[in-house]
Design a protein around this ligand. Structure first.
Ligand code: SF4
Length: 292
């Protein structure tokens, strides 16, 4: 049987990442100011390199005060804390706020329910910039948990929010644990639908193939989650670009069915390059899974 390659329908750039990249490029094209991004714009080294070639540099939070009114600073889709926002404002630099609207909505919830006296619980990674930004909106008082296991001594009023890229099962588990411990619980499933769709598509395909290839940055939270989801069902590779594709994937004829998915920070051209290579011996280049 000849090889078949299946590419997940929901793979690659999500709305928020595409918006951040477009906004940054648009600002740079205007040539009215020197454009910087606060940290790497997205978790993809190839894209960041490409931006640098166009003159768009990164600065770290420690260097914010080096900006001036002649500069423009892009806040990436993860958002930032109110304190960071304030520091940028003081420099006089133009602020290009590319915080994803879904993340901004979680930040507003954190602020609102914190002010109403709820203990905010965030299901997510405490070191992820998105979670740090959300926590900043409730005065850095949130309890951050991976799956609710370690939650003890909770107050009566708790509001649960989720990192946008969190796994559904971790959110559900936290909700169940908190509901048994608190009288007044609010739970907002703020997992982004783009994340959910990518995980669902990847999970479906990974149940039917010999090998799954997840394309994305190793620092990308949603890419790592895709890898976890797929590894539960089949042999899975995580690679950032075509240079990392092991040769055996192309040559091993025992691999009859290969699935491909990509994190939200992976541009189409990187996916296409990899699909082209592994499809060289395939009959059907791309068979799209059913859309939901
Ligand atoms: S994954 Fe969702 S929340 Fe995150 S940037 Fe993309 S669209 Fe926005």
């Amino acid at each position: 049987m000849a090889r078949q390659v299946y590419v997940a329908e929901n793979a690659g750039f999500c709305f928020g990442v595409q918006r951040a990249v477009n906004t940054t490029l648009y600002e740079n094209q205007k040539k009215s100011s020197k454009v910087f991004t606060l940290g790497p714009l997205i978790h993809n080294d190839d894209v960041v390199k490409n931006l640098a070639e166009q003159g768009i540099s990164q600065i770290s939070t420690e260097d914010i005060e080096r900006l001036g009114p002649e500069d423009a600073l892009v806040i990436r889709s993860h958002g930032v804390t109110p304190e960071i926002f304030e520091r940028i404002m003081k420099t006089g630099a133009k602020i290009i706020d590319a915080t994803c609207p879904y993340v901004a909505s979680i930040q507003r919830k954190a602020r609102k329910y914190y002010e109403e006296g709820y203990q905010i619980v965030i299901v997510g990674d405490p070191n992820h910039p998105e979670v740090i930004g959300i926590n900043g909106c409730c005065n850095n008082t949130a309890i951050i948990t991976r799956n609710g296991d370690e939650l003890n001594n909770l107050p009566d009023r708790v509001c649960i929010l989720s990192q946008t890229t969190e796994r559904q099962s971790n959110f559900e588990k936290t909700r169940e644990i908190v509901s048994k411990k608190c009288k007044d619980m609010l739970a907002f499933n703020t997992i982004c639908s783009a994340t959910r769709e990518r995980q669902d598509s990847a999970e479906q395909i990974s149940k039917t193939v010999d090998l799954m290839i997840v394309i994305g940055g190793r620092h990308s939270s949603n890419t790592k989650k895709l890898y976890e989801v797929c590894s539960a069902n089949c042999k899975t590779l995580l690679i950032e670009n075509k240079q990392e594709l092991p040769d055996w994937v192309r040559t091993d004829l025992q691999l009859e069915r290969i699935g491909v998915t990509a994190g939200a920070s992976t541009p189409d051209w990187i996916i296409d390059e990899i699909v082209d290579i592994i499809s060289l011996i395939a009959d059907d280049r791309v068979i799209q899974e059913e859309s939901d």
